[in-house]
Every structure is written in C-alpha cells, then in structure tokens.
Design a protein around this ligand. Structure first.
Ligand code: NAD
Length: 340
C-alpha cells in the first residue's frame, strides 16, 4: 500500500482524498488544512487524520479544541507521496518542503508548468510521467481539451484546433469569485492561456483558445473547431472514436440531455459523490463535419474531471503500474462509464 498525503482540502483535495481511499493499492495518510472549519470536521468524521499546515495553524486548531494529528512536517514523515491541492501558487511555495524531505509530489493546474518535471493527462502522456518525481495534473479545461484532441489526433490527425470556452465563474462553495448577471471575456486577451497549456501535454497540437466567464457554478462548456489532416472523415467515424475513448462520454439531446443541468442531474442519478462527472461529455448532435473541418460542443465538470488523473499520476510517479492497468483500476474504482 502506497501512503498518500493530501495537502489542501478544498474542491480538488477533498475529492482526491476520497478517491485515494477507494484504491486497492493506496492508503490515505491524512489531509492537511489551514483552518479547523467544517471541511476539517467532515474529514475527522470520515476517519481521516487532519494535520495543520504549520505550527501557527496548529495553535488555531488547538485553540478550537480540534483533534489535529500534528503539522505538515509530521504528516510528511509517514507519506510516500503528497498530492498538493493547495490554491494556485501555494504548491510552488511548498515544493522546497517536499524537496527537503525527498518526497515526490503531484501538483495541480493552478501551478505553472515549471513546478514539475511533466504536465500530465493520463491517456495522453502517462509513459512520459513514469518515474517522475514531480508531476503537474493540468487544469480542468486543459484536461478536457487534451482528452478530446488526443483522441481526434490519434484517429484522424489534427492540423489545427480552435476552442471557445464558456467558463463557470466560480465553484459552488465560492462566495468571492461569483459574478452576477454578466458575461465577461476572461481573460480579455486572446488567445487565453488554455492553448499553451494544452501544448505542455501535447506539444505538437496547433491550437488557439479564447474564454468567456458565465454566471454559473457547475460546468464549463467548450465549442471546439478542428481542421483535420485526413479527408473523407464522417460524423459517424468521429462519434465512434469518441465512444471508444475512455473518460469521454457521448451524450444526446435525443435522450433529454440538452444542457449542463441534465449532465449534473445525470451525475446525481449515477450516484456520483458531490454530483461529480469524471467524463468529458460530448453532444452527439453537435459533432459535425464540413469538408475537413470538425465541430463539436462538450461539457467539462470542473471540480472532478482531474480526479482520475491525480490517481494515475501517483501510480506513474511511483512506477506502480503501466498506463492501461492504472487507468483501468482508476476507472473501475470511481465507477467511470463508457456508455449510458
Ligand atoms: P480551494 O481553494 O477549493 O482549496 C484549496 C484548499 O487549500 C483550501 O481548503 C485552503 O484553505 C487550503 N490551503 C490554503 N493554503 C494552504 C496551505 N499553505 N497549506 C495547506 N492548505 C492550504 O482550491 P481548489 O479549487 O481545490 O484548487 C486547488 C488546485 O487545483 C489549484 O491549483 C487549482 O487551480 C486546481 N484546480 C481547480 C479546479 C476547480 O475547478 N476548482 C479544477 C482543476 C484544477
């Protein structure tokens, strides 16, 4: 059993910790928090050990009578690897602590690519991450783009891609970032950072991205246009390729899925924790081929699509399994579906 510590217990950290517990080859050492809030209380209720980020945080835990198991430094003594799911840029600050202990770490998409040896999407470049000490799981949007573009590139060849991303403004528990009643070019400059981020995983893909923030909390929606290398590609071929690919789910308006609202409802009915959708959901009707150009819409559940990647990144870093075996194990444990 590999001992995994999760540092940062917010949107991503809570999900990674729960996913680690589901793995047959992993054990959760505990989670690290800055505050003894309701998330920390829930962690204790689940039987997770809770550590304070540092000595001053520990004092706050003690002042509140919270049963913390020590500090990050204590937790690292017991861990084989750490998943750093702290807010963006904090991971880079934490890296020297991990380096000093000689412990491998998985970072998240809010960090710059140079925090790690490799930026990671399991089905795109697992082998490149094999044995790497520091791996960065890319952001939710980049993960979605990479899964789709990698599938298209393998099957048909991608000459160039353009994506317009409608981004959720804030996560459901976020009271700071939520804009009301507006659409905001975000970032205002084009291209957005997502295209270059895709190239940290798939360097050969020529892509331009732009993004708009919308006042919703549950999902992102991508409009993707791809110029394919090969001619004579039919819609059915593309749909079939997407259906064959793991962690992509082809959904249909004919089945009543006409918006992100039904996708979240679907997640509820699949009994997913917190309405999570690990799969990138492509609308069958949207897949259209005009000459050599391919068009489609798909939804990305920002809080959860990167969770399988975190589990696979742990296995890749510690050389626990090969790519297919790890992804099979992750998909089985999380109940990821290939078809409805
Ligand atoms: P979050 O704010 O929900 O959670 C971060 C947690 O870390 C909070 O509980 C915070 O209190 C805690 N924290 C702050 N400083 C800390 C420290 N020094 N030590 C330990 N814990 C600390 O953030 P998040 O949304 O989970 O994002 C984490 C990372 O995942 C970021 O890099 C982000 O860009 C990335 N990411 C986020 C999403 C998303 O949709 N929220 C999707 C994909 C990737």
């Amino acid at each position: 059993m590999v001992k995994v510590l999760v540092n940062g217990f917010g949107v991503i950290g809570r999900r990674v910790a729960d996913a680690v517990v589901k793995q047959r080859d992993m054990e959760l050492v505990g989670v690290v928090k800055t505050k003894p809030d309701y998330k920390a209380l829930i962690a204790l209720r689940k039987g997770y050990k809770v550590y304070a980020a540092d000595e001053s945080c520990l004092k706050e835990f003690e002042r509140k009578g919270f049963d913390a198991s020590g500090t990050l430094a204590d937790a690292l003594e017991n861990a084989d690897i750490v998943v750093d799911a702290t807010p963006k840029k904090v991971g880079a600050k934490n890296k020297p602590i991990y380096e000093k202990k000689g412990i491998p770490a998985i970072f998240e998409g809010g960090e710059k690519a140079n925090v790690a040896d490799v930026s990671f999407v399991a089905q795109c470049n697992y082998d490149k991450a094999y044995g790497k000490k520091y791996i960065r799981v890319v952001s939710c949007n980049t993960t979605g783009l990479c899964r789709i573009l990698n599938c298209l590139d393998k099957n048909f060849g991608v000459e160039k891609a353009w994506a317009v991303i409608v981004r959720r403004a804030a996560d459901p528990d976020d009271t700071k970032g939520a804009p009301l009643d507006m659409l905001m070019p975000n970032p205002p400059a084009i291209p957005s950072h997502h295209g270059p981020d895709v190239q940290t995983v798939l360097p050969h893909i020529d892509i331009v991205t732009m993004a708009v923030m919308a006042p919703v909390t549950h999902m992102h929606l991508h409009s993707l246009i791809v110029r394919l290398k090969g001619g004579n590609v039919k819609k059915e071929d593309v749909v079939e390729a997407l259906e064959e690919e793991r962690r992509i789910l082809v959904v249909s308006a004919e089945d009543g899925i006409i918006s992100t609202a039904q996708l979240i409802d679907l997640a509820r009915d699949l009994h997913r924790p917190r309405n999570d959708l690990y799969e990138i959901c492509v609308w069958r009707e949207s897949v259209s081929v005009v000459g050599s150009e391919l068009y489609m819409f798909y939804g990305v559940q920002q809080e959860s699509d990167v969770i399988p990647e975190n589990i696979d990144a742990i296995r890749a870093s510690l050389r626990l399994m090969g790519a297919e075996e790890s992804m099979d194990e992750t998909d089985r444990s999380l109940g990821i579906v290939r078809k409805l």
